[in-house]
Design a protein around this ligand. Structure first.
Ligand code: C5P
Length: 205
């Protein structure tokens, strides 16, 4: 069983994907972490995010741990959203994601293009979204809880820029698969969003 969870930044897709994985006893991959790892690698060796060549060199992730707390920082997220537009970067990360999706027994993956590009054959596709104001408030709370500075207005501007970049890129843009189930979590707390996602997934299986 393969479950694809896509959606914009701070929509709750990661938390929902983790909960689905726990509920169905499946392994989970947060594919955004791969793009963040490339971004952190690039940042650490002083590479230029405007250079596809340098970003592609940063795809050798042997020196990056996917547990590194710096992966979650806003600066790394912002670089990730820029370098993820490069076809060569996406190509380098493709096999790792497809192999994860193809493992015996199934998997849950969350990202931007899981239902459209990585696992178009997924049994369940969820497209999780929420208004930009709600997502910004969630992101601020999350950053503050990790002791990172955050200002609502800055986060709104950043999320809008990230949405625009993710949706307008030519290769694997953020878009809802035609057969995805749309889940708007603007009016839900996280427990309600998780229950709704589990109900929707169970109905599709
Ligand atoms: O989901 P998260 O915010 O951690 O992802 C960081 C960035 O990586 C996103 O802004 C997006 O540009 C990129 N990404 C992507 N495709 C994915 C997952 C993430 O392009 N499947």
């Amino acid at each position: 069983m393969v479950i694809a969870v896509d959606g914009p930044a701070a929509s709750g897709k990661g938390t929902i994907a983790k909960a689905l994985a726990r509920h169905f006893g499946l392994p989970h991959m947060d594919t955004g972490l791969l793009y963040r790892a490339v971004a952190l690698n690039l940042f650490r060796f002083g590479g230029d995010p405007a250079s596809e060549f340098e970003a592609t060199r940063a795809c050798d992730l042997t020196s990056i741990s996917l547990d590194d707390p710096e992966l979650r920082s806003e600066i790394v997220g912002s670089i990730a959203s820029r370098i993820s537009a490069y076809p060569a970067v996406r190509e380098r990360l493709l096999d790792r994601q497809r192999n994860f999706a193809g493992q015996a027994g199934g998997a849950v993956l969350d990202g931007r293009d899981i239902g459209t590009v990585i696992a178009p054959q997924a049994d369940v596709k969820l497209f999780v979204t929420a208004s930009v104001e709600v997502r910004a408030r969630r992101r601020v709370a999350e950053l503050l809880s990790r002791g990172m500075p955050a200002h609502l207005e800055d986060v709104v501007i950043d999320l809008k820029a990230r949405d625009a970049r993710d949706s307008s890129r030519v290769t694997a843009p953020l878009e809802e698969a035609v057969d995805a189930i749309h889940l708007d979590t603007s009016e839900m707390d996280i427990d309600a969003a998780i229950s709704a996602a589990i109900d929707l997934a169970e109905k599709r299986l």
